[in-house]
Design a protein around this ligand. Structure first.
Ligand code: GLU
Length: 278
């Protein structure tokens, strides 16, 4: 931990030195809101293909690429980004406290969440699904009655199970999907439920290859938005402009192919800004 902080500090020092040297020459891209400071962005740390902290400390995934693109449009270079883990249940509070400027963390836009935070986007449409062992005979929501099902506290996935999809399932709520997947592998739970985008990323990991299958059910519409602090309309508008550009210049499709290709996840086409699929 200490070592990482020192490294980050030297990176900042280096950036400052370079900026100072370049002063008055070619630093016009720096003219945004950044100045040379940092931007904190909330992501997931344990979702392969979306938001993942790699063992070497780097970050990967579609949300990471979206966040990096958006940050650039706001005037921040990659080395000015500080990624912060925002678990499903922590997202609204992290924004309200001002811990992060924005959140790109498989964060579905919902009316309930809109009471507490504002959203830019959507930038991806996913659907709730089930992940089960390759030899499981669970194939539809009604098969879940009395079965041990895992999802994450504070997610729409858990809420939908309670409310409509399978109220009679024995739902366990963990703090992250990686814990659910470990439970599925060990046999502690019979199925994991969340967005198909997330489940496909886990299923494609080398250590799980061939062990799990997705049911392929579109149990809900999950419109991924970028969360910002309630009332920060300026940032929402800037992020929406950035997302539109990401689609129109081909970067969105590039990020999709890079991050979802390996998982063989067949995503929906890019949503239009403001178009929420109910
Ligand atoms: N997209 C859903 C949500 O925002 C599930 C994934 C997650 O927990 O991040 O609740």
């Amino acid at each position: 931990m200490k070592l990482r902080k020192v490294t980050a500090a030297s990176a900042v020092a280096l950036t400052l030195a370079v900026t100072a040297t370049a002063c008055g020459s070619d630093n016009k891209n720096d003219s945004g809101s950044s100045g040379g400071g940092k931007i904190k962005i909330g992501i997931k740390y344990d979702q392969p293909g979306l938001g993942l902290k790699e063992p070497n400390g780097s970050f990967s995934g579609f949300d990471v690429d979206v966040a990096t693109y958006v940050a650039k449009q706001l005037g921040y270079k990659p080395n000015q980004i500080e990624f912060v883990e925002t678990k499903s249940a922590d997202r609204e509070n992290a924004l309200a406290r001002g811990d992060v400027k924005f959140i790109a963390a498989t964060y579905s836009i919902t009316d309930e969440r809109k009471q507490k935070v504002d959203f830019a986007g959507p930038y991806l449409l996913a659907h709730q699904d089930l992940l089960v062992k390759a030899n499981s005979n669970i194939s539809k929501a009604t098969d879940l009655n009395g079965k041990k099902l895992c999802s994450v506290t504070g997610s729409t996935s858990a809420q939908n199970i309670h409310d409509t999809i399978a109220p009679k399932a024995n739902l366990r709520e963990y703090s992250g999907y990686s814990e659910c997947i470990a439970g599925l592998q060990s046999g502690a739970v019979d199925a994991v439920t969340t967005d198909d985008s997330i489940l496909a990323g886990f299923a494609a990991q080398d250590k799980y290859k061939g062990q799990f299958k997705l049911a392929g059910l579109k149990l809900s519409n999950e419109n991924y938005g970028i969360g910002v602090k309630k009332g920060d309309t300026t940032t929402v508008n800037k992020i929406n402009t950035a997302l539109e550009k990401m689609v129109s210049d081909g970067s969105w499709q590039k990020a999709v192919s890079k991050n979802f290709g390996p998982a063989n996840y067949k995503n929906e086409q890019a949503p239009k800004i403001g178009n929420i699929v109910k």
